[in-house]
Each structure stands twice: as C-alpha cells, then as structure tokens.
Design a protein around this ligand. Sequence first.
Ligand code: PLP
Length: 367
Amino acid sequence: MTVQNRLYLDHAATTPVLPEARTAVAQALDRWANPSSPHADGRASRAALEQARRDIADALGWRHDIILTSGATEAIAIAAARARVAGRSFSATEHDAVGAAMGSEATILPVDEAGAVDLPQLRAALSRGPTLVAVQQVNNETGVVQPVADVGRVCRERGIHLHCDAVQAAGKIDIDVNLLAADTLSLSAHKIHAPKGIGALYVRRGLTLEPLIAGGAQERRRRAGTENVPLAAAFGAAATLAADANVRPIIASLRNRFESALRQSLDVVIHGADTERVVNTSSVMFRGADAEGIAIALDLEGIAISTGSACSSGRVEPSGVLLAMGLTPEEAKSTVRVSLSRFTTGEEIERVVEVLLRVVPRCLRSS
Ligand code: PLP
C-alpha cells in the first residue's frame, strides 16, 4: 500500500485501517452509552457490542466464548494467568508477549530448521508434569505455519491446556479451533486492518478464567472495564473482510513474484520457503549483507520493510526466532522481512525489487 508515494511493506507489524472499519468506528461513536446500563441507550450500545462479537466469531467460524481485550498481549496474559499448574512450556519462536506471560521459569521448546516445534521435545516436556503449552499458529518474522493441530492432539491426549497465538494467522489462513484443539487462542485487530487497542481471547466453553484486572462484571467477569464499542465494531467489520479467502492466492502470487525476482539476481535465502507459510510474508536473507543498512536504504527510497531483528535498549540484537531456527547471528543480521497485504500491487513489487537490486550490493559487509 502506498501512502503519499511511500510504499508500505511491513504488514506483519501492523496494517492500515480499512474504510469499512473507519465507518464502523464512526457509527459506533454515536452509540456512546455504557453497554452495561439497563436503559434503552445502554441496550443499544450492548446490541452493537454483541453484534461485533458475533461478527468476529462468525468470520472465524467459531462458537464458544470470545473475550474482547486491549490487544493480543493482554489476551495472552489472561490465558497464561489462567493456568493453575506450575509448569509452562512455549515454542522458541513465540512472540515476546508469550515469553513474558509464561515467565522466566518456563520450558522453551526447540524448533527445527524450518521453525516448526519439535514434537518429541514437546512430549518430553509434558511427561515432566502438567504444564500450560503455548504454540503460535504462524510466526511473525517468517510466516511459517506451526503444526498446531499435532501439538493440540498431544496436549488433548494428556489433558494439557494449549494456548495458540493466532495473531499472524488471522486473514491469511483458516483458524479452525476444533482442528487446532486449542483451549484458548489470541487475536489482534490491528493486524487485520482495524485500529490498535483491541484484541480477542477465544475461550473453549467451560474453561474458568481468572481476570487479570479485578473490577466490574464485564466480559462475563473475565475482563473488567467499560467495553470499547467503537473498536469492537471496527474489529467486527475487519474480521468479516479478513474472512474473504479469495484475496489470498493473489497475495501469494505477488509474494512468489517478489521472491523469484530476488533469487534470479541476488544471493538470497528465503527462510521457511520449503515449508508451509502464510501468503504475505517473506523472510529474506541477503547473504553477506547488513539487513539494517538495507532497511535504512529502502526507507530513504520511501519503502518501509523491517529487519528480522528486535531492537532492545538501543542495541540491535539478532532475531531470536532466526537463531532458534539454527541461523548464525551474522545470518540473522542479514535477514529482512517484507510483508504484503490485500492492497499490495504488482507495480509495488516491481518497485521494491528494483530498489533492492540497486541497494543490496552497497550493503555487503565486505564492501
Ligand atoms: N503475537 C504476535 C505473533 C504478534 O505478531 C503480535 C504483534 O506484533 C502480538 C502477539 C501482540 O499483539 P498486540 O499488538 O495486539 O498486543
């Protein structure tokens, strides 16, 4: 998507807000009464809120409960707080939100070269006693799809609670909660073209959840605080559009065009290319090049992408996800993420390829 001649190819970080989501916010702002108030105005707000919840559930083909939260980070924290067991295990490529919620004592489950969680290691971790397991459906840096259904089967056999972070899956692949056998699952609206500040926690019916913040009885006593109807409505509108799978092959063909053009002219490795990936994300290693330098050069040319690295305390660390997949720190620091959306065009792909072909040779470490 181009904003004032800028080209935005960082949709795994966040997405522009759809016109339908903006309209939903504007309409719901007119229903400003408190959804918990019993008067007619409150009941109108409540109806809008419950409609949004139904829209989200319908778009995903879900029954069971959905708790609306401030985002996926909060949804994950509620799911982690719920576990009444001492043990916690999560895959080595989880988002920081999962790592932080599971705590420093948790067991980290290794992944293979493709980024998929190692099932024998999972079984070994489960044999050490009850644990809460968290495995993402799709990785945010590589787009690799995890074998969550297999993980779910292993957990289900042992009565283990599985949390699935499905933030990067929404709108890109189907999230079949029955197939995944997840007990809780987290989603974030801003990854599917709704505003930031709202997310959802799917809860298998019958599960008891401890609220993180005590207070009012909202969200069936599982998340206190007056509900945000405008953002819920926007989330509902965006979820409905995200369910349209027709755009996925179009995005995949643009992504494939991008990757083949790079392979033809540069020394690149596409991480996870031989495994199942979502359609919109390319994790590209430019052998011998400095990813930060590439990202900065592209930014100066008006193109937004991201590196596979996380910035902490002003220092650029190699990506933990890529290190967990067996890359060296240097290889990780040669990797960028380019992520497309339903708004990406063929001309935009041509533009980013043309700029990369010019810029990458200048960013080689030896030069
Ligand atoms: N999980 C994954 C895989 C993500 O990519 C993100 C966002 O970057 C999050 C969780 C956190 O989501 P939120 O920004 O809604 O808290």
